[in-house]
Design a binder for this molecule. Structure first.
Ligand code: AHM
Ligand code: MG
Length: 333
């Protein structure tokens, strides 16, 4: 029966992506190949993250096990892993990584049609203490006739074709959307394969959790203060909301997708533009949140609105003054 079939007829991420691809007869499999290479990068980083505590002793994968030798930092290693995986797919053109000041232009012989924006290892404050961290990525297609310049990658979130993240937590979970809903896959370490464990993720309509760094409350503006105050002391007699905050966007957004509620990083007096980076943190996450039936706001407008392009992306890392993602019906500002 069904449970048996699930055990012996596994829906791997590759099989899932191929199924999606088959709905588009004209598709040539390029996105499938690109995603396969991203999956490889996620497996590599997952393995390195899980060995991070041991690495000082035995060395990270690919390095000689010389005790006491300086080890590559995990974020630098992850960046190298993803750049190599993306370039070697032969399907990428321009890459933007949080770890690189400048865009990376793939050499002509390895060029393809896709631009990938990514944060190879997000949640820097959680790396050294073993708390969940993750990789975030978003994929754009080069416009017709484009030659592969910085402008080709500075596109609004609405133009994104696919986005995802991989969370290195108590298990390794890859959440992906190619524009037809959101699916979650968990790495089975014994098989080395991501298996579909969370089909068609939809954010619950009601959520009981708010997620924000309340240590910044002193610097918040009026509406943010009022909103959080109301989450704690609801005026309508409902129960107060629970606070959960990990400080890794991937983990905080993942929980919000599964349990509902709100995650936000508002701009404040200290950092008026907030902290989250538009291109490779906010756009991919907003893509996923919207695909899961949620909403993503700057506080004034939809994050992925094309008009946003006018007020941002003069730089890759331009910050968004407020990201709020939440289920459609649960919270009102
Ligand atoms: P990072 O790119 O240096 O890791 O910063 C991004 C992270 C996000 O994952 C998280 O939402 C936020 O910073 C947490 O910031 P804070 O520690 O100020 O609460
Ligand atoms: Mg980051």
């Amino acid at each position: 029966h069904a449970a048996d079939a699930m055990r012996t007829d596994l829906m791997t991420i590759t099989r899932h992506v191929l199924n999606e691809q088959s709905k588009f007869p004209e598709a040539r499999g390029d996105l499938t190949i690109l995603l396969n290479n991203i999956v490889l990068g996620c497996k590599f980083v997952c393995s390195s993250v899980s060995k991070a505590g041991l690495a000082k002793l035995i060395g990270l994968a690919g390095e000689t096990n010389v005790q006491g030798e300086e080890q590559k930092k995990l974020d630098v290693l992850s960046n190298d892993v993803f750049i190599n995986a993306l370039v070697s797919s032969g399907r990428t053109n321009v890459l933007v990584s949080e770890e690189n000041e400048d865009a990376i232009f793939v050499e002509p012989s390895k060029r393809g049609r896709y631009c990938v924006v990514f944060d190879p290892l997000d949640g820097s404050s959680n790396i050294d203490c073993g708390v969940s961290i993750g990789t975030i990525f978003g994929i754009y297609m080069l416009k017709e006739g484009a030659s592969g310049t910085v402008e080709d990658v500075l596109q609004p979130g609405t133009a994104m074709l696919a986005a995802g993240y991989c969370m290195y937590g108590s298990s390794c979970t890859l959440v992906l959307s190619t524009g037809a809903g959101v699916n979650g896959f968990t790495l089975d370490p014994s098989l080395g394969e991501f298996i579909l464990t969370h089909p068609d993720i939809k954010i619950p309509k009601k959520g009981k959790i708010y997620s924000v760094n309340e240590g910044n409350a002193k610097h918040w503006d009026g509406p943010t203060t009022k909103y959080v105050e109301n989450a704690k002391f609801p005026k309508d007699g409902s129960s107060p909301k629970s606070l959960r905050y990990i400080g890794s966007m991937v983990a905080d957004v993942h929980r919000t997708l599964l349990y509902g509620g709100i995650f936000m990083y508002p701009g404040d007096k200290k950092s008026p533009k907030g902290k989250l980076r538009v291109l490779y943190e906010v756009f991919p996450m907003s893509f996923l949140v919207e695909q899961a039936g949620g909403q993503s706001f700057t506080g004034k407008q939809r994050v992925s609105a094309p008009t946003l392009l006018l007020i941002r992306v003069s730089k890759f890392c331009q910050l968004l003054n407020c990201l709020q993602s939440f289920s459609q019906h649960s919270c009102q500002l």
